[in-house]
Design a protein around this ligand. Structure first.
Ligand code: ASP
Length: 384
């Protein structure tokens, strides 16, 4: 049995590895995430599982339309994140988590890989689409990062849509906050002004464990070969003292560089992603591999040998484990894990190759590329 399996596994490596390794320069490509965390089979009802898959799929469709129509990677990133910000399933825009004092404060960032231009915002409370505020900072201000009231004023002056803070309210996140504060023995704030009366709002899903983070992010490559990345979040439930996570910190939760051939969006416990400078490090590692082909080739040979050993033992070594980029992303996530953090990343290479890496049991994620079907996945062990 083992010998038979080994033969199949080896064949799989040989037949799948070559075309996959030669996929450079094939048109546009897009990948998304909707947060990582403790997401196990059995912790989602079939309805919740289906709702997340449908939401990810529609977001992918929006991005595919932009890129298929010749739109830029930046346009695709913004359009897809707007859709996810409007969806109460995710911790971004409508459906974002609450601070300990019962407010919602949004953080977002966007980056253009061709110019290294970037824009970020933190602590927004009224701008409907924080990702668009981040883009406005990038394109219409001399700055990179605006926070709080000033950022909100800037967004308003740019004509971006504003909503009442209660627009972002969801019963599910509110219940999550109340439960968390009670558990931590902290005071529970009054129900936010303008929120629907208790019981009046249909909960899309029952309250879920807040260790499912729910931030959203997109990485894209357009037909012109331009890379872009964007991320948007309400941050961590119960955050205090003006806490800001990794999402709007360029190089931590968000980064894109055509020179390095890489775009990254992260999700997870932001404090660790900031310290490990995750997004930039992945790009730097990828660029280093590309600049030192002999090292990259040796590394690839090592990975092939590792796969063959596993195959000899009867395991199937996934072809993705051979691809450049995966080792870099995994090394970064391992670093986050070593510090005590958890989460995941999505990576787009200049070849349009998508890499998902996580140290959690799940990450809502999906991808689509020119001429290919849309694919979504949730659990860590699911094919993506
Ligand atoms: N990284 C985000 C933060 O720390 C949270 C998340 O990814 O859900 O603010």
């Amino acid at each position: 049995m083992k010998t038979w399996l080994a033969a199949v596994a080896t064949a799989l490596i040989v037949t799948l590895a070559s075309p996959a390794l030669a996929q450079d320069g094939r048109g546009w490509s897009l990948a998304i995430h909707g947060g990582a965390g403790v997401i196990e089979r059995g912790s989602l009802t079939p309805e919740q599982d289906a709702a997340y898959r449908a939401a990810l799929d529609s977001a992918l469709q929006v991005g595919a339309e932009v890129l298929e129509g010749g739109g830029s990677a930046l346009d695709a990133v913004e359009a897809v994140i707007q859709v996810l910000e409007d969806d109460p399933l995710f911790n971004a825009g409508r459906g974002a988590v609450f601070t300990a004092d019962g407010r919602i404060e949004h953080d977002a960032a966007i980056m253009d890989g061709t110019t290294l231009d970037a824009g970020a915002v933190a602590g927004l409370t009224r701008t409907r689409h924080p990702i668009s505020a981040a883009r406005a900072v990038m394109e219409d201000s001399p700055h990179v990062f605006l926070i709080g009231q000033g950022a909100e004023t800037f967004a308003r002056d740019q004509g971006l849509e504003e909503v009442e803070p209660a627009y972002f309210f969801t019963e599910r996140r509110w219940r999550g906050l109340v439960r968390q504060l009670e558990r931590e023995g902290l005071p529970v704030p009054a129900r936010p002004e303008g929120a629907p009366a208790e019981g009046a709002m249909a909960t899309v899903t029952p309250p879920l464990d807040e260790r499912k983070f729910g931030t959203v992010g997109v990485v894209a490559l357009d037909r012109e070969g331009r890379l872009a990345a964007g991320t948007s979040t309400g941050g961590m439930s119960g955050k205090r003292w003006g806490r800001v996570g990794d999402v709007p910190v360029i190089g931590a939760g968000t980064y894109a560089s055509n020179a390095e051939g890489c775009a990254v969006s992260a999700t997870g416990s932001g404090e660790y992603f900031i310290r490990a400078t995750v997004a930039r490090d992945i790009c730097a590692r990828i660029a280093f591999g590309a600049a030192h082909p002999q090292l990259a080739a040796a590394d690839l040979e090592q990975r092939r040998a590792w796969c063959e050993t596993r195959a000899a033992e009867g395991d199937i070594c996934l072809v993705s484990q051979l691809l450049p980029g995966i080792a870099e992303a995994r090394a970064e996530i391992a670093e986050v894990g070593a510090l005590g953090g958890e989460g995941g990343v999505i990576v787009m290479t200049r070849a349009g190759r998508v890499i998902f890496a996580m140290n959690t049991s799940g990450m809502y994620r999906g991808r689509v590329a020119e001429g290919e079907e849309r694919r979504v996945a949730i659990y860590a062990d699911e094919e993506d």
